[in-house]
Every structure is written in C-alpha cells, then in structure tokens.
Design a protein around this ligand. Structure first.
Ligand code: DAK
Length: 276
C-alpha cells in the first residue's frame, strides 16, 4: 500500500490515510487502498477502528482536485461511485469506526468523517463543504449525511455558502462529538501535540468500546443505522430483532450472570465474536 497504513493495537485497528504532501486528498488509489484495507480487517479480533490522516495539518483536504479536474461526465460518475462505495463500506462496517480528525476535513474529507460512527477532532480542525465554489455538488454523500447529522437548515447553510467552520463550531452544531486540545504544562509548553492528544483520546474511546460485549455493540450499530432509514414502527421491530439476537450468546450469559452474582469486581467476560 502506498497511501494507507494499518496498525492493530490490541482490539483497536488504526487506519491512517498517508498522503501528507497532498494533505491526504482522496485520489482513486487512496480509495482503492482504503477499500482493500477494510476488507482485510480481522473481525475476529478487532472491535473498533480509528480512521485518521497522516501529520498534524490535515485529516483529508477533500477529493483530489487535480484528478477530478479533467474527468468527463461518465468518469465523474464512476469516481463518485468509487468514493460512495468505500464510504458506505465504512458506514455499515460491522464494528464502530471513530474518525480522529486532525486539521482540515474539507469536501470529501468532511464527508468521509461523516461516514464514520463518531467524530472527534483536534482543536485546529476545520470542517467544510467547499464544492459549490468549485462548480460541483458534494459528491461523496455530503448533502445526505450532513443534513442527517446537523439538520437540514444548518446543512443547507454550510453547503450553499461553502463556509468553513472551526472545531468549536463543529462541536456546537453536533458535527463532532469531542474536541481535543494539545496538552500544555504549567509553563505553557506543549507536552503533547494536538495530533498526539487527539490519538490518545481516540484510543481511549475505542478502548472503551472494545471492552464491551462485541455482539451487542455490533447490533447497536446496526439497529441505529437501519432504524434511521425507516419509520418508528419498523424501527422498533429492527431493535427487537437485534435485541433478541443478543440472547443465548456467551456475552449475554456472562454479563447478566455476573450482575446476578453481585460480583462487582468480575468484569464482563467478552468472548471473541464469531462471524455468523
Ligand atoms: N486535491 C488535490 N491536492 C490538494 C488538495 C485537494 N483537495 N488539497 C490540497 N492539495 C495539495 C495542494 O495542491 C498542495 O500541493 P503542492 O502544490 O504542494 O504539490 C498541497 O496539497 C498543500 O496544499 P496548499 O499548498 O494549498 O496548503 P495550504 O496550507 O496553503 O492550504 C488548504 C490548505 C486545505 C486550505 C488548501 O490546500 C485547499 O483549499 N485545498 C482544497 C480544499 C478543497 O477545496 N477541498 C474540497 C475538494 S472538492 C464527486 C465526488 C467527490 C466530490 C465531489 C463530487 N462526484 C464525482 C460527483 C468531492 C469533492 C471535494 O472533495
């Protein structure tokens, strides 16, 4: 792989988009490599993924404008489909994916972060959908996912004006779950850079998710994702089925058994998930 790094740290996998010279912009090769990396994740052992960009300056500065600039209509559609397929793969990936957004998350960068379950960002992060300034619409799901995350009115304002927003505003409108500042000592010296502090926070959150019952966590992701696509009557049925699916698993027996034993010290016994 030229542009994607994948490391596993215990039950947490970290995918890094590593094309720093172009601020990690998404070209076809990056998208192909990201797709192949997701296919290679060992779901028997990895329980949460973190997606980030290489360096301190940029998460992903968008789709690759140089590559897109000469596309025909048909090629543009094919490029859009390539991106949408990978983004959708992330969105419905069986385990949670946390976007650790370091710096610019513009256009396709904002869109890929929105395909993840949770976004946390460094305090220097910048989000935006600048496409209308480039003569195109957001093409990797931005019109759909931004509206679902922050509401139609705010999404329309951000997309029509192509205005970039800083981390604090992204937090205020609910686009990100957490903003992480660099760590400074009493003398005001930076002891942990924005990126290091961000990755620590992402690892901490991922570790917290990974220690919970994996079948239950997966079923929660599916229930939320699938339930949001249908009306409440159907959504409740989706939840019932996924709730029922947790029973008779070792996780459920151990988790409830431990509680009933009143053994507070005993940790939930989490068994490796078996693909079904
Ligand atoms: N694509 C290609 N290269 C990029 C890039 C991008 N999006 N962003 C930055 N780079 C490259 C720069 O060209 C530069 O390369 P060199 O000149 O050094 O070779 C290098 O990264 C460093 O960038 P700058 O020199 O510009 O760095 P600055 O600090 O001055 O500025 C910046 C940082 C993030 C403000 C600036 O680079 C910038 O404005 N970048 C573009 C941001 C942007 O507009 N992103 C949205 C792209 S549009 C669709 C499918 C997908 C999409 C739409 C439709 N369908 C097929 C329907 C998605 C669209 C987008 O994502």
């Amino acid at each position: 792989m030229d542009y994607i790094k994948y490391e596993v740290n215990g039950a947490v996998g970290v995918i890094t988009i590593d094309r720093e010279k172009a601020l990690n912009a998404l070209n076809s090769q990056v998208l192909d490599e990201l797709s192949a990396t997701l296919d290679s994740v060992d779901l028997e052992t990895v329980r949460c993924l973190i997606l980030t960009g290489a360096g301190e300056k940029s998460f992903v500065a968008g789709a690759d404008i140089a590559e897109m600039s000469t596309l025909t209509k048909a090629e543009g559609e094919a490029f859009g489909k390539k991106g949408n397929d990978v983004f959708r793969k992330l969105e419905v990936f069986p385990i949670p994916v946390i976007a650790a957004v370091n710096g610019f998350a513009l256009g396709g960068g904002c869109e890929i972060s929105m395909s993840c379950d949770i976004r946390i960002c460094s305090d220097n992060a910048i989000f935006g959908q600048p496409e209308v300034g480039l003569g195109i619409t957001p093409g990797f799901g931005g019109t759909q996912r931004l509206a679902r995350l922050v509401g139609a009115g705010m999404a329309k304002q951000l997309i029509y004006t192509a205005r970039n927003i800083k981390a604090d505003e992204a937090y205020r409108i609910g686009l990100v779950n957490q903003v992480v500042a660099p760590e400074v000592n009493e003398a005001g010296e930076v002891v942990k850079s924005a990126k290091e502090a961000l990755m620590d926070a992402a690892m901490k959150m991922a570790g917290g998710i990974a220690k919970n019952a994996p079948i239950a966590v997966r079923n929660c992701k599916k229930a939320i994702n699938d339930g949001l696509q249908v009306d409440m009557d159907q959504a409740i049925v989706i939840e019932e089925k996924l709730f029922g699916d947790c029973f008779e698993t070792e996780d459920q027996k151990a988790g409830m058994g431990n509680f009933l034993e009143k053994d507070k010290e005993k940790k939930l016994k989490v068994v490796p998930f078996k693909n079904r």
